[in-house]
Design a binder for this molecule. Structure first.
Ligand SMILES: Cc1cc2nc3c(=O)[nH]c(=O)nc-3n(C[C@H](O)[C@H](O)[C@H](O)COP(=O)(O)OP(=O)(O)OC[C@H]3O[C@@H](n4cnc5c(N)ncnc54)[C@H](O)[C@@H]3O)c2cc1C
Length: 514
């Protein structure tokens, strides 16, 4: 095992360093954004640990047909790495993944990445003021740990009676089986979330039959997607400010959604009318089907979905929507709660991810030896959505209440990265060796977030969504304008933390540059 940090020459398969200043867990937008920030600050003593065999997170794993972002690409990309070559307003998965790869090359991140290095545990050692991190490729020590492990990373499978007896093919949309040809098959899709509405219209035309098991219909609004013209791309390349303007336009439009979701309840009627008109236009002749697909909760309570082909696909002669629920799965069929048996060859789970019970919480042990999952027994909570009481020198990107229902999460990630960088700068200046947020600060911060959530569409819109945890508390969303969040994390507010001074030995180590 090497004794230095990842050197800029080492490939992703190189040995793990013994010790780093910063260990970043995950190589999605969070991990990559963090790494670029560190390099900008001149920090080279870090490593990016990644479970999979390549970088990319969401955009490496979700390769289902039709996978694309639903925030326009000018906004769903790093502000410091605009891509003038986006081919469409909503880029598809291959293009977004290629963009991430370009970011890795452009900023020279590859040498810092260690793939197949899943963090199986990380424990804070108070005596050493270090995290001990275990991976299948060995262990390392880190002064700071940044978890960029993603809110939508670990697929969630439904617990269906008899599923294990099913003799056909079963897979999750985030683990798409491209080796399995769906042509002419009888397909069951379970779930109606953001992924299902993208892949259903792509597979319906090739299926013999498609039966969609729907618990709750989503609000589906028109998707203003179009190719970006060659002239526009020329402009973006030659006059970069034009792309910045386009980005600003997207940002402001998306922020305006907060007015109806949060501040001005009276505005909620407008998106509802747009959604109902879209449904009528998409399925003009089948009132019964429209009734099944009409949500009975407010727009925005669940993630608003955009599609022009999902609703028409469900109106096709080979498609069926079942709303009574699943009673049991048999070797070649699914029986619904009305007792109807649906013969199927393949079951596709579009059932989302473990959001409020993230696997990383089972792997991090804080100062008192407790697992983060134990600490979060009453629900996820962090200070500024980023740092956690009793878990020194840990930062969580897209942590509790920093997810979004209305705009690009990359904006939030960049806001958090600034906060982390400021903390690390201060640590570097010798102001502290370790920190943990004061309990009172965590409490006040979370009370305020929960107060802001009151009266919003996310808590009172009349739906059960994955934004809520098992106790019915919304621990995932930032409930306001994103610039207000950015303002909250504009500087590392050291006064809200209990800090441990740098020991003399550490200062000497820093001074001689060991
Ligand atoms: C299909 C889909 C479409 C989406 N579209 C949008 C959109 O349009 N707009 C938007 O704002 N958001 C969207 N999202 C949300 C999306 O997850 C975020 O935008 C963003 O990609 C999150 O980046 P991340 O780096 O935080 O997490 P991820 O991209 O999930 O990356 C996490 C990484 O951490 C790694 N990892 C996890 N645990 C460990 C471990 N223990 N050890 C080592 N590595 C680990 C994973 O392998 C993964 O590579 C979408 C999500 C999905 C699933």
């Amino acid at each position: 095992m090497s004794t230095t940090a990842a050197s800029p020459q080492s490939p992703t398969a190189a040995p793990l360093p013994d010790e780093v200043r910063v260990a970043i867990v995950g190589s999605g937008f969070s991990g990559l954004g963090m790494a670029v920030g560190l390099l900008e600050d001149g920090e080279r003593n870090f490593v990016i640990l990644e479970t999979a065999d390549d970088i990319g997170g969401t955009w490496r794993d979700n390769v289902y047909p039709g996978c694309a972002c639903d925030v326009p690409s000018h906004m769903y990309s790093f502000s410091f790495a605009p891509n003038p070559d986006w081919s469409r307003s909503f880029a598809t998965q291959p293009e977004i993944w290629a963009y991430q790869q370009k970011v890795v090359e452009r900023f020279g991140l590859r040498p810092y990445v260690r793939t197949r290095a899943e963090v199986t545990s990380a424990t804070w050692h108070e005596d050493e003021q270090r995290w001990h991190v275990e991976t299948p490729r060995g262990s390392l020590r880190a002064q700071f740990l940044v978890a960029g492990t993603g809110p939508l990373c670990e697929p969630k499978y439904p617990d269906l009676p008899g599923l294990d007896t099913f003799e056909g093919t079963v897979f999750h949309s985030a683990r798409w089986r491209h080796d399995h040809d769906l042509t002419g098959e009888r397909i069951a899709v379970i779930g109606t979330g953001a992924s299902a509405i993208q892949f259903v219209p792509k597979i319906q035309p090739q299926a013999q039959s498609l039966v969609l098991f729907q618990r709750t219909p989503p609000w589906v609004l028109p998707r203003p997607d179009r190719p970006i013209t060659r002239f526009e791309r020329f402009l973006f390349r030659r006059l970069p400010f034009t792309q910045r303007l386009a980005r600003l336009g997207v940002y402001l439009t998306r922020e305006s959604f907060v007015l109806s979701f949060n501040h001005v309840g009276a505005l909620r009627g407008l998106p509802r009318q747009v959604g109902l008109a879209h449904l009528k236009r998409s399925i003009p002749h089948d009132e019964a089907l429209r009734a099944k697909l009409t949500p009975d909760y407010q727009v925005g309570c669940k993630r608003v979905l955009i599609s022009n082909d999902y609703l028409p696909a469900l109106g096709a002669p080979n498609a069926d929507v079942v709303t009574s629920g699943i009673r049991e799965v048999r070797p070649h069929s699914i029986v619904d709660h009305d007792g109807v048996e649906h013969e199927v060859d393949t079951i596709i789970h579009g059932t989302g991810f473990h959001v409020t019970d993230q696997p990383i919480a089972e792997r991090l042990r804080g100062a008192d030896g407790r697992l983060l999952a134990e600490h979060w027994q009453q629900g996820m909570e962090a200070y500024r959505g980023t740092t956690i009481e009793g878990f020194p020198n840990l930062f969580m990107l897209v942590g509790p209440n920093t997810g979004l229902g209305h705009n690009s999460i990359i904006y939030m990630i960049e806001s958090q990265v600034r906060y982390v960088r400021d903390a690390l700068r201060r640590a570097r200046q010798g102001r502290f060796a370790a920190f943990t947020p004061k309990p009172a600060a965590v409490q006040a911060d979370n009370d305020e977030v929960q107060r802001r959530l009151q009266g919003t569409v996310w808590t009172e819109g009349g739906c059960a969504s994955w934004y809520m945890d098992a106790r019915g508390r919304n621990t995932t969303l930032w409930p306001d304008f994103t610039f207000l969040y950015r303002r909250r994390v504009a500087r590392f507010d050291e006064e809200q933390y209990e800090t441990t001074p740098v020991r003399r030995r550490e200062i000497e180590r820093e001074t001689v540059g060991v």
